[in-house]
Design a protein around this ligand. Structure first.
Ligand SMILES: Cc1cc2nc3c(=O)[nH]c(=O)nc-3n(C[C@H](O)[C@H](O)[C@H](O)COP(=O)(O)O)c2cc1C
Length: 489
């Protein structure tokens, strides 16, 4: 047992605990903007004591556990990378994965020194798909070169970003791609131990991964002398207990160590001092799923897609208000308009009012900015973000006051409480807008009040949770100024 495990001060951090997930309705952002399509389900979601912010079924929102229709899966890129097998039947079983070229990349990498793999990833220009967009090759090199008695690799399968569901579908239907990516990363950095941290809200993913690890072990793809080489690595699965914050990499490391999952101050970064104080590579599921393809086809083939600064492809998760919701693998650089109008086919419930790209803790893109290319710097320049690729479009049924209330209510519920601006500021804004929704426009002082909180969140929060809340609010103030002004008489 880990230190403190099951202690009340630790367990109180988590919303869902150790028991089965049970029957739940979702109150994630895609479900919130689609609440008018099933008010009864939304009422169930919002009246439950333990909240569930995203079941990863945004394509059929408002969602609940039980029925889980597969989303449409399409490729709008010169080559399919992440969705390579998912455009077909997927590859849940090891035999299906190997029949489609699975584990060839690992075999190839093991026949050369780790440096060969790291330089291919550097050449690919791949940036992390978990939200921060950090160059993956640089992170691999940092961990490989960091001094340490042991090294660790961690697959971040927490996918808490409400509105994104690519990691869920990858884990459910192509688990060996993630496992192979993690093994490639372990080989590259010299790790003999790896973890996959999967969120509780994805029970099928946890089952599928369990079987995949077992299959890989039996086939000599995990454990001692993998594929007869000198490389040995064990990987284990850890299932979350309901906490958005555990997706933040340092909180995740604390969770794995059995500590209360507060965010850690940086530096030191996990690449220098991560799990148990040793150099640790933390990568997102989709990032890892890119690695076998890059190994097989070379970094340059990957970099040939996309635009400078944003190379390769990204899978976008379109929400249920689109005519054609689903997963779309696009080349980075594609105009957001192409995604919204051509791929998604526009909204089926009325004119577009805005799009949240990359999660609730990122900027909202208004219709007049749809020509912005989907790139890390390009979206940042207009106050938005690629994030994890959730594309949650909303219509006139969602007022800006209700959206701000929804996002800050989520922010306050999921704040780890370690830093003051996030712990107090999120709750303050949530209450302010709850009052506006209940009793109409608040006093003029409220406007100044929340703008100050937004600035404090952006500038002084310890991690991306508080900063993201601030960025979301800043984009609302910028692009929906009139509607925000009307909230304060
Ligand atoms: C509040 C918060 C939640 C996060 N949740 C996730 C998550 O669910 N999945 C994920 O991969 N990254 C998440 N991240 C980003 C991770 O901290 C980290 O940047 C990422 O796992 C690194 O992997 P990558 O370089 O492959 O993107 C989150 C960050 C913050 C601030």
């Amino acid at each position: 047992m880990k230190p403190g495990q099951d202690a009340p001060e630790l367990e109180s951090f988590y919303h869902l605990g150790h028991g089965p997930l049970g029957a739940r309705a979702c109150r994630g952002t895609a479900c919130f903007v689609a609440r008018h399509l099933d008010l009864e389900r939304w009422r169930r979601a919002t009246s439950a004591e333990a909240r569930v912010y995203c079941l990863g079924q945004c394509h059929r929102a408002p969602a609940a556990t039980g029925v889980d229709a597969r989303p449409a899966v399409k490729v709008h890129a010169r080559r399919a990378v992440v969705l390579e097998r998912l455009v077909g039947e997927g590859a849940r079983a090891l035999s299906d994965y190997t029949r489609q070229g699975g584990y060839v990349a690992l075999e190839q990498a093991l026949s050369s020194p780790p440096e060969a793999f790291i330089s291919q990833v550097e050449r690919s220009g791949l940036r992390g798909r978990g939200g921060a967009g950090f160059p993956t090759g640089r992170k691999l090199r940092a961990v490989a070169e960091a001094p340490g008695a042991a090294k660790y690799v961690v697959a971040n399968a927490d996918e808490g970003d409400s509105g994104a569901y690519i990691d869920r579908v990858l884990l459910d239907e192509d688990p060996h791609a993630v496992l192979e990516g993690l093994l490639l990363a372990a080989y590259a950095v010299g790790a003999r131990r790896g973890y996959i941290y999967v969120r509780k809200e994805y029970p099928l993913a946890a089952c599928v991964l369990h079987v995949a690890l077992h299959e890989a072990h039996r086939a000599g793809l995990l454990g001692h002398h993998i594929m007869g080489s000198d490389f040995s690595c064990e990987i284990s699965l850890e299932v979350g207990r309901g906490s958005y914050l555990c997706g933040e990499e340092t909180a995740l490391l604390n969770a794995l160590e059995g500590r209360r999952p507060f965010v850690r101050a940086r530096p030191p970064y996990p690449a220098q001092e991560g799990l148990y104080g040793e150099p640790t590579l933390v990568n997102n599921v989709e990032t890892l799923a890119n690695l076998p393809w890059i190994t097989r086809h070379g970094g340059e083939a990957y970099a040939a897609m996309g635009i400078p600064g944003s190379r390769g492809t990204k899978v976008l998760s379109l929400n249920s208000l689109f005519h054609r919701p689903g997963l779309y693998e696009v080349e980075l650089g594609v105009p957001v308009r192409t995604v919204v109008e051509e791929l998604g086919g526009g909204l089926r419930t009325g004119p577009l009012k805005g799009v949240l790209i990359g999660g609730p803790l990122a900027g909202v893109l208004p219709p007049h900015l749809l020509d912005t290319p989907l790139g890390f710097e390009e979206l940042k320049a207009v106050g938005a973000s690629v994030g994890h690729g959730g594309v949650v479009a909303f219509d006139a049924n969602t007022s800006i006051a209700s959206l701000v209330h929804h996002v800050f209510s989520f922010g306050a519920y999921e704040s780890c409480g370690k830093c003051t601006p996030c712990r107090m500021g999120a709750r303050h804004v949530e209450r302010l807008f709850a009052r506006v929704l209940e009793t109409g426009p608040g006093p003029r002082s409220g406007a100044r009040d929340w703008e100050e909180v937004v600035e404090a969140l952006r500038l002084t929060s310890l991690c991306g949770h508080g900063i993201g809340l601030g960025e979301f609010a800043a984009s609302v103030l910028r692009y929906y100024a009139e509607e925000v002004r009307a909230c304060f008489a």
